[in-house]
Design a protein around this ligand. Structure first.
Ligand code: SF4
Ligand code: MG
Length: 332
């Protein structure tokens, strides 16, 4: 069976008066039905822009300049804005860190939820009201019947977040893209939301792309992990391999910056330096200025994405030995 989503060689560029800045380059990955792919990396690595590219919601001046995004049979890069509006909320939904971007301030919660159900699932008003209450219950909102009459500003940030998740899930999308949706919530609510997404995944076989910088969340929910750095994919593997046998020095750095629950006094190792922007000219490996293993070659020549096993890739010259043994480079 074809994957639910197949992204191939995605490139996203921002046009500025002086030059074009490529913020996402050569990004390829797939997501299966019922699968959770976590995209991880520090702020500015291109993980959010990759999600927004799929949704067709890039900020002004941002364009997809190369590649393909296939959702089922549909090529998303070729859809008009009107067609994308239909696809969004029907086949693919997105939840954001900031719920006010997704909620309409002048419409009640009830109206927004019902509308979504009536449009996307052809429910009548009565059935949509019943379903809305059920959804608000599911996302842990107390007195859901009363909430339906309220406006977004009457709710707390955490409540708004949960309403947005209810709306995103109302149409039972094939693919849910969640961009740090639980970062602002307390741990109990966060756990509830993750459970809810998991439950819906079991129920309707939804594929999930979960964008996060929190490796704790990754450990809990991911099937597979894609690590991004400086707009590129640097490592992809199933979740066990990422935690047990990470290969890329950047992935190792990310894992070391997670506090160890068994040894909380251990000093956090933060990766020194900062993520390069699309404007930074870096030759060779984009991670070399921060990499503790950088060799002379790393400064001059960009490493290809080495294929370490069918499910594990790493864009690092340290994998060259493994590669020459198996001769399985897949992409430069
Ligand atoms: Fe570090 Fe070199 Fe690997 Fe880049 S290619 S991650 S600089 S060892
Ligand atoms: Mg982000």
């Amino acid at each position: 069976m074809n994957p639910l989503l197949q992204v191939t060689d995605l490139e996203t560029t921002f046009h500025t008066p002086n030059k074009d800045l490529t913020a996402v380059r050569n990004v390829s990955f797939s997501v299966d039905h019922g699968e959770t792919l976590c995209i991880v990396g520090e702020s500015g690595c291109g993980k959010s822009l990759t999600s927004l590219s799929i949704m067709g919601l890039l900020p002004a001046k941002g364009r997809i300049t190369n590649g393909s995004i296939l959702l089922g049979e549909e090529e998303l890069t070729k859809q008009s804005e009107v067609q994308m509006e239909k696809i969004r909320g029907n086949k693919v939904s997105m939840i954001f860190q900031e719920p006010m971007t997704a909620l309409n301030p002048v419409l009640t919660i009830g109206f927004q939820l019902r509308e979504s159900l009536m449009i996307h699932r052809q429910m009548n008003k009565k059935a949509a009201t019943v379903k809305s209450i059920e959804l608000l219950n599911k996302v842990g909102i107390p007195s859901p019947r009363e909430r339906l009459k309220q406006y977004p500003h009457e709710l707390s940030g955490g409540m708004r977040q949960r309403v947005m998740i209810a709306i995103a899930l109302a149409c039972e999308p094939d693919l849910l893209i969640a961009d740090e949706p639980t970062t602002a919530l307390d741990v109990t609510i966060q756990a509830q939301i993750l459970d809810l997404i998991d439950e819906l995944q079991q129920e309707i076989g939804m594929g999930v792309i979960f964008v996060t910088h929190d490796m704790g969340v990754v450990a809990e929910i991911a099937d597979r992990v894609m690590v991004m750095y400086g707009g590129e994919v640097v490592e992809t593997a199933d979740v066990d391999a990422i935690f047990e046998a990470p290969q890329h020095p950047y992935t190792k750095g990310l894992l070391h910056s997670v506090p160890d629950v068994d040894n909380p006094m251990q000093e956090l190792k933060i990766i020194e330096g900062s993520m390069p922007g699309p404007d930074d000219k870096i030759t060779g490996c984009r991670f070399h200025p921060r990499c503790p293993f950088a060799m002379e070659k790393c400064k001059q020549k960009e490493p290809p994405l080495f294929n370490l096993s069918p499910m594990h890739t790493s864009k690092c010259w340290l994998q060259e030995v493994t590669e020459s043994e198996s001769n399985t480079v897949i992409r430069g």
